[in-house]
Write a protein that binds this ligand. Structure first.
Ligand SMILES: [Zn+2]
Ligand SMILES: [Zn+2]
Length: 336
C-alpha cells in the first residue's frame, strides 16, 4: 500500500510503498477514506518535544471502512464504516474498559497510521458510523471530540461567558460545543481574522485579534470578564494570557499543546483563584457523541474543513502547515 513515511525532522514525508497490514487478534484492517492533518502530527515530526521514530506513518484523525477482521472480532464486520480512536490500549485495564485508551496502563503512544491506504485498529476502539453519515464528514470526529473534552472537563455552566484562544480546528470545535452546551456569549481571539467566518459558523459571537485592544474590548463585549477560557493556541504566553483574561475564580482549560518552554507568573493565577485544568485524553463516549450530533444534521463544524488533498499533495502541504497558513482542517484522501 502507499503510505506517507516520516524519516527525520527537516525531511518532508516520503510517499512510498510499504507492506499491507494484517489484522491481529481483536484487530481490524481499515481502508482510510479521509485522515485529517493535526498540529500533533506536525509536533511529532519536528525536532522539539517528543519526536516520532524513523519509519513512522503519522495521521490519527481517520474515517475508514473495515476491509478485514482478525480473530475474535465480533462487533465489526467487513464493510462497516468506523472512526478509530487514535490510541491503542491493553483492553483489560480500568481505563480501557471505560473507553479511555489514552489512559491505559501501557501509557499513551504516538498516534499513527492514518496517512496510508490501510490502517490497523483495535476493534474495541472503533466507533461505528451510521450509514446516514458520510465518511468524508466523519473525518472531523476526532478534533470534535477534543473540543468536547475541553468543555466537559472543567466547570461549565449554561449561560457562561466563554472565551476561546486560538481559532484552529480545536478552538473551533471547543466553541461549537460551548454553543451546543448553552454558553452565553462566546468570543474567540486569534492571530488574524482569516478564520472568523468559520468561527461564526459554529456560534462564536465576537471575534478579536491580538492586535485589538484587549482585554478592554473583551470586557465590553461580555459585559465583564470571561467565566471560562479555553486555551487552544498552544504557544508560549498563551496560558498567561488565559489567566489574564478569565474572571477571578473563573476556569481555564488548556487544550493547546505547547512544546516550548513558557515562563509565566503563577502568582497571577493564585491571586485570582483560577481553576486551571489541562486536557488531552478523549474517550470513546466523546467520539460517539460527536458522531451522533453530526448524524443528526448539526453540521456547522464541517466549515472547519478547508481542503481535501490527495496523497501526493501531502508532503508539501504538511511542510506548509508548519508555517502560519490560511487553512484550517486539511483532510487527506489516501486513496486519491
Ligand atoms: Zn488530532
Ligand atoms: Zn488498558
Amino acid at each position: 500500500m502507499r503510505a506517507a513515511v516520516f524519516e527525520k525532522p527537516g525531511q518532508p514525508l516520503d510517499i512510498r510503498d510499504v507492506p499491507d497490514p494484517e489484522p491481529g487478534e481483536g484487530e481490524v484492517v481499515l481502508r482510510v477514506e479521509r485522515c485529517g492533518i493535526c498540529g500533533t502530527d506536525l509536533h511529532m515530526t519536528e525536532a522539539h518535544g517528543a519526536t516520532a521514530p524513523a519509519g513512522f506513518i503519522p495521521g490519527h484523525e481517520s474515517s475508514a471502512e473495515v476491509i478485514a477482521v482478525g480473530k475474535g472480532v465480533e462487533r465489526l464486520k467487513i464493510g462497516d464504516h468506523v472512526v478509530p480512536h487514535p490510541m491503542r490500549g491493553c483492553g483489560t485495564c480500568a481505563a480501557c474498559k471505560s473507553g479511555s485508551p489514552y489512559f491505559c496502563v501501557l501509557g499513551p503512544q504516538f498516534p499513527c497510521g492514518g496517512f496510508a491506504e490501510y490502517l490497523v485498529a483495535q476493534s474495541a476502539n472503533c466507533v461505528t458510523l451510521p450509514r446516514t453519515l458520510s465518511l468524508a464528514d466523519a473525518a472531523i470526529v476526532e478534533p470534535l471530540a477534543v473540543g468536547m473534552l475541553g468543555i466537559r472537563i472543567n466547570t461549565f455552566l449554561p449561560g457562561a461567558r466563554v472565551l476561546v484562544l486560538g481559532a484552529g480546528p480545536v478552538g473551533i470545535a471547543a466553541a461549537f460545543w460551548a454553543r451546543q452546551c448553552g454558553a452565553g456569549r462566546i468570543a474567540a481571539v486569534a492571530t488574524s481574522r482569516t478564520r472568523e467566518p468559520i468561527a461564526r459558523a459554529v456560534g462564536v459571537d465576537g471575534f478579536f485579534t491580538e492586535g485589538d485592544n484587549l482585554p478592554g474590548e473583551l470586557t465590553d463585549f461580555f459585559g465583564g470578564m470571561a467565566d471560562v477560557v479555553i486555551e487552544c493556541a498552544g504557544v508560549p504566553g498563551a496560558i498567561a494570557r488565559a489567566v489574564e483574561l478569565v474572571r477571578p475564580q473563573g476556569s481555564v482549560t488548556v487544550l493547546g499543546i505547547c512544546e516550548h518552554g513558557d515562563p509565566w507568573i503563577p502568582a497571577l493565577a493564585v491571586y485570582k483563584e483560577v481553576k486551571l485544568q489541562f486536557a488531552v485524553g478523549t474517550n470513546l463516549s466523546e467520539f460517539r457523541h460527536a458522531v451522533d450530533v453530526l448524524d443528526r444534521g448539526i453540521v456547522d463544524p464541517l466549515a472547519m474543513i478547508t481542503d481535501v488533498i490527495a496523497m501526493d499533495q501531502l508532503p508539501a502541504m504538511f511542510e506548509a502547515l508548519k508555517q502560519r497558513t490560511s487553512q484550517c482542517k486539511v483532510l487527506v484522501n489516501p486513496g486519491a
